[in-house]
Design a binder for this molecule. Structure first.
Ligand code: IMP
Length: 177
């Protein structure tokens, strides 16, 4: 499938603008504090690279990896931490950076895991929020865009490891997934 058969939802310009707005809000909220950014691999890498360059804050950046979708649209519902943090987050302000929150189960598991380490605070920033499919009660503090119940790719998001490099965000036709 070529990008022409995908349906554009948000252009690179719209994403750039929205990321600037989010970064302004986060910079104001954490003004004068040191923030530990925890990126959720792999999908976060494009969004994270963009947003950190617009944050006017003192930052530490680290990554975790949880179970991935592979070639299937459905989450397994079970998330294991495949890659852990190398940073001690005790007493620190943590901001989890996600590509998309779908059922919320990955995030719920991750928050529970991080809370055991006694951080000062944990908030979540996601480029996309798919509220319609939420199963776990998780608060997403900073949301780039709301999306309907469609499978999306681009800007770091994949389908079977494809499309991560597309600069915009696209819906994949239903028959593909
Ligand atoms: P959740 O546990 O169902 O919230 O799943 C979150 C993870 O599933 C995200 O970090 C993505 O890696 C993946 N995911 C969920 N929806 C999509 C999508 O529409 N496109 C690509 N990946 C998705």
């Amino acid at each position: 499938m070529t990008p022409d058969t995908l349906q554009l939802l948000f252009s690179d310009k719209q994403i750039e603008q929205r990321i600037r707005e989010l970064a302004g809000q986060i910079s104001a909220d954490y003004h004068g504090r040191h923030l530990v950014i925890v990126g959720v691999l792999k999908g976060c890498f494009v969004f994270l690279a963009d947003i950190i360059r617009s944050l006017d804050l003192d930052l530490t950046i680290d990554f975790v990896k949880v179970a991935s979708y592979g070639a299937c649209r459905e989450s397994s519902g079970v998330s294991t931490l495949e890659k852990d943090l190398g940073t001690d987050i005790r007493g620190r302000d943590v901001l989890i950076v996600e590509d998309i929150v779908d059922t919320g189960e990955t995030l719920a598991h991750l928050i529970e895991e991080l809370q055991k380490r006694s951080p000062s605070s944990v908030r979540v920033c996601a480029l996309l929020n798919k509220q319609a499919r939420r199963r776990a009660a998780v608060a997403v503090d900073y949301v780039g865009f709301e999306v309907d119940d469609v499978f999306v790719v681009g800007c770091g998001l994949d389908f079977d490891e494809r499309y991560r490099g597309l600069p915009g965000i696209y819906a994949l036709p239903d028959e593909t997934v």
